[in-house]
Design a protein around this ligand. Structure first.
Ligand code: R5P
Length: 282
């Protein structure tokens, strides 16, 4: 078994390879003069682990080309982050179900797929090969332990993220709640934990994705107004569009971290061990 990866998932792929006690196959990436992608792989194995987060359209094309380049192997596809997964329905007539399009495209040439905290588990059904989803709740819990906080309150930004937050909280036996929005007037919205008070407490907001950072920035501001001692944020996928990380830090959040499903300088939680364990069982 060997590992191969797209350009933007090199660090995670290397850590997965180490955990699997194997190597990463080298890939030469370049472009044709018209901008089309070209790649050529080094020596592949009968069994390959193809690692690549779909973080942009280039990564998507590189993944499809890698699967084809490894077409004489059994290919296990690892999709740590899958862009387009949030467009999992036709919200308006005329829209595509983008998650389905990507899932179908990436099922070609692979024997199975492993995702990590995919936005909606229903998306797994759109792959035409067996697909499993892993959770990094335990990894986020381990990171929170390193902060040395006294009885932190683990908060989900909304009810939908509560299950994930509960799994994180259970790793440390911490209290958990989710934020609730109350409309005070036409322009004023209040966000507060549904049941517990944040006053004088260290709060860690956990979510699957931080994209614009809008959800967490608003929540952090309100939590400080309610007397929170300090606020932290941890997510699996640090998308951080349009200056989101800087905007979040400007709210007074003590720290914002993510995992290496998208490789960032604030990737302080690794999905490598979890992925290696799951691949070994394939
Ligand atoms: C939503 O369903 C997700 O779990 C995240 O809460 C959302 O994607 C975060 O978006 P943003 O960072 O843009 O507020």
């Amino acid at each position: 078994m060997k590992v191969i990866c797209t350009e933007k998932s090199q660090v995670l792929a290397t850590h997965i390879a180490r955990a699997l006690k194997t190597t990463v196959v080298s890939v030469g990436y370049s472009r044709f003069p018209d901008g089309e992608h070209y790649l050529v792989t080094g020596e592949t194995d009968d069994e390959m682990v193809i690692v690549g987060s779909v973080v942009d359209n280039d990564s998507l094309v590189q993944l499809m080309l890698l699967a084809d380049a490894c077409d004489r192997s059994t290919n296990h596809l690892v999709l740590p982050y899958m862009a387009y997964a949030r467009q999992d329905k036709r919200f308006r007539p005329g829209e595509p179900i983008s998650s389905r399009v990507v899932a179908k495209a990436l099922s070609t040439g692979v024997s199975d797929v492993t995702t990590v905290n995919i936005h909606e588990k229903e998306v797994l059904k759109s792959f035409t090969v067996p697909a499993q989803n892993l959770s990094l709740a335990a990894g986020i819990g381990s990171y929170i332990k390193t902060l040395g906080l006294k009885k932190p309150l683990i908060l989900a930004p909304d009810e939908g993220a509560m299950h994930f937050a509960e799994n994180v909280a259970s790793t440390g036996g911490w209290e958990c709640d989710h934020l609730e929005k109350t409309r005070l007037s036409g322009v004023e919205v209040k966000m507060a934990p549904r049941q517990l008070s944040a006053k004088s407490r260290s709060v860690v907001i956990v979510d699957d994705i931080i994209s614009t950072g809008g959800t967490i920035a608003t929540a952090a501001g309100m939590l400080y107004q309610q007397g929170a001692k300090d606020v932290y944020a941890a997510c699996v996928h640090g998308v951080f569009t349009g200056g989101a990380y800087a905007r979040l830090m400007a709210t007074g959040i003590r720290d914002v971290v993510c995992s290496d499903t998208i490789e960032r300088s604030c990737s302080r939680i690794s999905a490598a061990e979890e992925i290696a364990r799951a691949v070994r069982q394939r």
